[in-house]
Design a protein around this ligand. Structure first.
Ligand code: NDP
Ligand code: A1CAB
Length: 270
């Protein structure tokens, strides 16, 4: 791909996307320019780690970009778009990874009928394992959506969704890795409390999570089916799952994801 890509925001998700794109060689370092608000140290780090161009000069970054990636927090949308809108033009493709904020709201703020494609990746992009959902704004062509798909397919898998579904997608796969890490934290605590060495606990749990993920992907079986195969009558798994049921684990997880979805809606409204 011979396009120039400018990032608004140099945080966790920008880094995950950039490192994934460079790793998969979908773009060269020279094609990427990264901006943030003020954190020079962070820009230096990005420059050293990925050999991308970095600047706080918005004009330099955005005027000649073919693709603009919006990777700021929802509460910085207004001021950050204000700071670049003079350098945007209708021929650019705008990709937003911002949680909650609609393509229409971005279009209104930049004041041009730009092609905007909203995506929700996750931080596993940095190793090529993102689960990315994509939705097209009003002025994005089929070809532009295909281009976005090809960019994000270089850092994981993609799926097209309706824009309204982006809220629940954000809860499920945008925030999703954090829930898995939280589960791992709890498993590590249990293992260490019971006397296992930290390194051994880490090694066993990491492979367990990896293996379970691959089983879900490769076996063609449902999560419930796979679980049943581990659960011997009156065995250890049954005892553990019973405890999760007594504590209403599924209700808690469902409630958490709904809360994350609702938060995405709130972020969009604010
Ligand atoms: N983290 C994740 O797992 C995911 C995040 N997202 C979405 O991605 C977006 C970014 O999240 P994340 O990377 O975690 O956030 P970070 O806080 O890590 O990074 C935010 C970046 O935005 C920059 N920024 C803020 N204001 C401006 C401005 N006016 N002009 C230019 N840059 C600005 C910050 O610069 P400075 O440091 O100089 O202030 C910083 O580089 C969010 O909207 C989030 O919803 C989507 C999917 C997954
Ligand atoms: O926590 C957040 O708001 C962002 C969106 C998805 C992952 N992180």
């Amino acid at each position: 791909m011979d396009k120039k890509i400018a990032f608004l925001g140099a945080g966790s998700v920008a880094e995950a996307i950039i490192s994934g794109m460079i790793r998969s060689e979908v773009v060269n370092q020279e094609q990427i320019i990264v901006t943030n608000r003020s954190n020079q140290e962070r820009l230096e780090q990005m420059k050293n780690d990925y050999r991308v161009q970095c600047t706080t000069d918005k004009k330099e970054a955005f005027r000649y970009a073919d693709i603009v990636v919006l990777a700021v927090k929802p509460n910085n949308v207004k001021e950050s778009l204000e700071s670049i809108k003079a350098y945007l033009n209708p021929n650019q493709l705008i990709i937003s990874v911002i949680a909650g904020v609609t393509t229409e709201s971005i279009r209104t703020k930049i004041g041009i009928d730009a092609a905007i494609v909203r995506v929700m990746p996750n931080t596993s992009a940095s190793i090529g394992y993102s689960a990315t959902a994509i939705t097209a704004g009003k002025f994005a062509s089929e070809q532009q959506v295909r281009l976005v798909e090809s960019i994000f397919q270089s850092i994981g898998i993609t799926t097209i969704v309706e824009e309204d579904d982006m809220h629940i997608v954000t809860a499920v796969s945008g925030s999703g890795p954090a829930y898995v890490y939280y589960l791992v934290e709890a498993m590590e605590k249990a293992a260490i409390e019971a006397g296992l060495e930290k390194e051994i606990a880490y090694k066993l749990i990491t492979q367990t999570i990896l293996g379970a993920g691959e089983m879900l992907r490769q076996s063609g079986e449902t999560a419930a089916g796979l679980r049943r195969k581990i659960t011997s009558p009156a065995g250890t798994t049954e005892a553990g799952i019973k405890r999760l049921e007594e504590k209403d684990f599924q209700t808690i997880v469902i409630d958490s994801l709904k809360r994350a979805r609702d938060r995405s809606m709130e972020l969009g409204k604010n």
